[in-house]
Design a protein around this ligand. Sequence first.
Ligand code: AMP
Ligand code: FE
Ligand code: FE
Ligand code: ZN
Length: 287
Amino acid sequence: MKIDLHTHSNASDGTDSPSELITNAIDAGINVLALTDHDTVAGWGEAEAALISHPEGAKLKLVLGSEISCQDRDGTSVHILGLLFDPNFEPLRQEMEKTRENRLTRMERIVARLNEAGIEITMAEVYAQKRDDATLGRPHLADALVARGHISNRDEAFTTYLHNGSKFYINHYSPSPMEAIRLIKAAGGVSIIAHPLASRSGRKVEPGIFAELIAAGLDGIEVHHRDNAEEEKSQLIEIAREHNLVVTGSSDYHGTGKMNRLAEFTTSLEEWERLEVRARERRVVSK
Ligand code: AMP
Ligand code: FE
Ligand code: FE
Ligand code: ZN
């Protein structure tokens, strides 16, 4: 069984369309795939239709979700994966919309800072890098900088201008992780903290945060992920055991936008089954 519970399409900052993602997942031999675009459900319809019409669609079960951008009290970025929730639950829908809208003015401000430093780029060039309804993110700005010839790939954009510690960096609005967890639960879904310690990508939540997340209703911890270092994985497995949380693994695939390959890390069948029954309704999509 190959179970990959965290992937992106071009409904946010991935490069595959939802249909291409479904095809690529089937080709990679994946049995259960979660689509988790940043702060949106815009890719759900296309992914579901692609699964149903794919000749080998019966091989794959589709888990619809989203990766909610959150911010800890000290400003640390925390990503909460929500799976199997009701997309029409208004409070969650509105929260995602608020974040998506704020990402637009935030991008204008980052672009203005780059321009002040003599790096020429326009909002129109950034928008040209994304699908109309996609959640706007720094990777689209990275792609625009590449298209202009300022740099050669997304990774270089992040190591030079776009990393969180950069003088060009600006936050966007986002809810607290506790609020996101409560909303996902109220919408009938399950929540998992994504790449929690992730020292490898420069993010690090303080371990003390787990108590609050668990009190808010956290269901799982994404342990098996390329950004978690080995010693962090053992630490996270301990926390999961202690609090009866589900341990997940995923690729965090972004198409050609990142090195991450589909199913490079996975979730065990046992853990997936424990997670799925925590959702209020059976919402997994199958052909
Ligand atoms: P944003 O949501 O606009 O704050 O941008 C964050 C996104 O940038 C994350 O979801 C990652 O997918 C992406 N990202 C971060 N670092 C890199 C990198 N080095 N190369 C490619 N994408 C990255
Ligand atoms: Fe991303
Ligand atoms: Fe993430
Ligand atoms: Zn992700």
